[in-house]
Design a binder for this molecule. Sequence first.
Ligand SMILES: Cc1cc2nc3c(=O)[nH]c(=O)nc-3n(C[C@H](O)[C@H](O)[C@H](O)COP(=O)(O)O)c2cc1C
Ligand code: SF4
Length: 679
Amino acid sequence: MTTDPLLQPYQLKHLTLKNRVMSTSHEPAYSEDGMPKERYRLYHAEKAKGGMALTMTAGSAIVSRDSPAAFGNLQAYRDEIVPWLRELADSCHEHDCKVMIQLTHLGRRTGWNKADWLPVLAPSSVREPAHRAFPKVMEDWDIERIVADYASAAQRMKAAGLDGIEFEAYGHLMDGFWSPATNFRDDEFGGSLDNRLRFTFLVLDAVRKAAGEDFVVGIRMVADEDFDKGLSKEEGIEIARRLAASGKVDFLNIIRGTIETDAALTKVIPVTGMRSSPHLDFAGEVRAATKFPVFHAARIQDVATARHAIASGKLDMVGMTRAHIADPHIMKKMMEGREHEIRPCVGATYCLDRIYEGGEALCIHNAATGREATIPHVIALASTVRRIVVVGAGPAGLEAARVAAAEGHSVTVLEAADRAGGQILLAAQNPRRKELVGIVDWRLAELERLGAEIRYNVWAEAGDVLALEPDVVVIATGGLPQNPPLEAGGDLVVSSWDIVSGAVKPAESVLLYDDNGGHQGMTAAEMVANSGARLELVSPERFFAPEMGGMNHVPYMRAFHEKGVRVTINTRLKSVRRDGNQLVATVSSDFADGWREERSVDQVIVEHGTMANDELYHALKPLSRNKGAVDYEALVGEGAVFPARQQAGTFTLFRIGDAVASRNIHAAIYDGIRFTLRI
Ligand SMILES: Cc1cc2nc3c(=O)[nH]c(=O)nc-3n(C[C@H](O)[C@H](O)[C@H](O)COP(=O)(O)O)c2cc1C
Ligand code: SF4
């Protein structure tokens, strides 16, 4: 019998949760037509297989038509959802993982120009900055209608065989009534706390009537909005007390903060470089004040912190949500004494940023997440052992080597530098993002465990590779920084790499031109700003760094404001010339022909992605069996991925990551696993 606090079962009403770890609700935007189809099901089933006790599905499944999906939300107001959810629940129940769903009306946190073009509504007409809708003030018939919608959605969830539901009450409609910042009503739904809670209790009564007393109903609620005009901690805890005492809810899932801007959202869901478990003590305070089951998640990334959360009595169930996006098998690894094999969540928040940009949630360094139908989380041994040579130990090469080694192949990695990591080492030069090194360290540990060899300080040429008599050669040599197209002065500029690596020090006055639009330029800009330089950041885009999501934008922008960085958008760098000991940058406009301005600075830094470092690939290409060719139809479907183009070739050759073209860490890692699985 284990004494590990995380592995103790938890009795929630009639449900026995087999351990203390859950995934809190999050919308991965894997829905199809608003339904949780195969992709959605496999995603949750993987966590269930991985040993988790409870998965809270959906992110804010919507109960009403006039709450159009903001990021692929499930449509709980449609009967068609029932069989899909039943299949999902069955797949998780097979592994004794309980399944619940979060239900909501998004209120003002969505847009009117979507789905059925119905007006967005809220208790009062207060605009949510993030979604920009000016909401209609709810009328009596809206309240009646939406209360009934909650009840029928709850009924559908019960019919689907789910173990329970929770209501979303932070930044959505329900808590919109609670907060003095968003409720200015003078009817029986505004003013006193009793009035502000009236809508919530109408919903709870209707849901209990529809779904019964035995169905588990919880609430994910803000208990302190943590800003001067918002819901105070005192009122928040009082709401928690009243809900607990009402007998109408079975658990409280505690949130602190607001989500109406990206900056506020990062306090609720901190990104890399921000504090770990910032609201754990607060959730513990709510538990102490209510003596009621309390769940909570906010950057509890590692098992040790999760264990502390339970052992110290702060929580009953601990949410490790992004941690499970990075590794759905955390609990299984823990129970099997393989804690050291857990793939760490590095807080990059690529997952969440993607859904706000209209994409689906993908983990920066686990390409299998959300792709369970095609990419396994656990790699099976190959039937034939091959000799694999991987050139380059950046993210793409390390991933290819890891996958090949896990398949049981004999793997040698040749790396030109004296350390593995490639461009991740550059990204991690920003002290705020140093956790990214976890992507490298985890792979190095896996390679060691799996018996792969890495040779450092080897600038591999074709002969070095051939001497190893490979069956497969993987070129993961990355790229080198390149200049943007300039009319003149390419020799006068330095690259973002020069700055980030420390090879060139930031000067006193700097113009940084970024037309790549991702972390690379922003990292350099943040480091320049922090050096005390006077910086102007110039971008040709309508808004800068468009390849980066809103949450990752926050800490950069904070640094830019604090350090007085001037941001200039819609402006293109044309040329650079020397003038005495200064550089003169000429900038132009895509919009106004002939518009020009000049900036006199000490230093011009440019970020324009990388050029493939592909010499070795081209040297090996004529000797390979497939001459480097890849059948893309087969790659995304079935069949032989590397066509035989000459019988004389003795090895298969392919290249991955930035050795093909300038992309990002996820693309490199996805290449690394999906090509290697098909050798
Ligand atoms: C892709 C993604 C989507 C999310 N969507 C929701 C949501 O719809 N409703 C919700 O209550 N929380 C949502 N969250 C927040 C998570 O439930 C959780 O609170 C957050 O990720 C912090 O916990 P963690 O640090 O363990 O990841 C989302 C998180 C992610 C990563
Ligand atoms: S993208 Fe980053 S934050 Fe999201 S799960 Fe992966 S490692 Fe964690």
